[in-house]
Design a protein around this ligand. Structure first.
Ligand code: TMP
Length: 211
């Protein structure tokens, strides 16, 4: 039986990466944890290009193309094979991020059809996410939290970390609008981490049980 494909997405600092790691630890050998941009060897190379300072001023359409190329390789080489083996896939970000950041954050509504169009090939490849979990919180709260966490871990900020609150507010709204027409759950990421984890785990267990 095909595994379940669950995307964990949300604005910067909402905790998508630690949530994905948590879910993978709960499901052990029954699941894989992966991420975007990246997830396959070639897509990780594309990730490095996306995060390079050279990409800071690239046109949003160029960025959508880079994310799409990375996504297709990731789906073909990692997500699809895992689902075929019956493994659940927990993916840290996916097409919901492209819509939220490159269309809504960047105010490029002309590119919306390009992102929505990816649905076609995802359906063809039987790799449409079965459920989106959006971690939702005020960027003023979440970004501060992320900054502290990154400083502690000694991480170097990238050009995505330099955006304004106005941009992040638009991204936040973009996530909610994108998932409106897809199976989804929105979880308040401002609550204490153990509560957010419990809520997300309950959603995942329900989705998998219904699958
Ligand atoms: P990460 O910090 O979650 O690994 O992702 C790096 C940045 O890439 C993050 O700020 C969100 C951004 N991003 C997009 O702008 N579009 C996308 O399609 C994806 C997957 C990520």
């Amino acid at each position: 039986m095909r595994g379940t494909f669950i995307v964990i997405d949300g604005g910067d600092g909402t905790g998508t990466t630690s949530m994905t790691a948590y879910l993978a630890s709960v499901f052990g050998d029954c699941a894989i944890r992966t991420r975007e941009p990246g997830g396959s060897p070639l897509a990780e190379k594309i990730r490095a290009v996306i995060l390079d300072p050279l990409a800071k001023h690239a046109d949003s359409r160029v960025m959508v193309g880079l994310f799409a190329a990375a996504r297709l390789d990731h789906v073909l080489n990692v997500i699809r094979p895992a689902l075929d083996k019956g493994l659940h896939v927990f993916c840290d970000r996916f097409d919901s991020s492209t819509y939220a950041y490159q269309v809504r954050g960047a105010k490029r509504h002309d590119l919306a059809h390009e992102v929505h169009g990816q649905r076609e090939w995802l359906l063809d490849l039987r790799a449409m996410p079965d459920h989106y979990i959006i971690l939702d919180g005020d960027p003023r709260v979440c970004l501060m939290r992320a900054k502290k966490r990154a400083e502690k871990a000694g991480e170097v900020p990238n050009h995505f970390d330099e955006q304004t609150f106005e941009y992040h507010d638009a991204v936040r709204k973009g996530f909610k609008d994108f998932v409106m027409t897809r199976p989804h759950t929105i979880v308040n990421a401002e609550e204490p981490e153990d509560i957010v984890r419990a809520k997300v785990l309950a959603v995942v267990q329900k989705v998998i049980a219904q699958w």
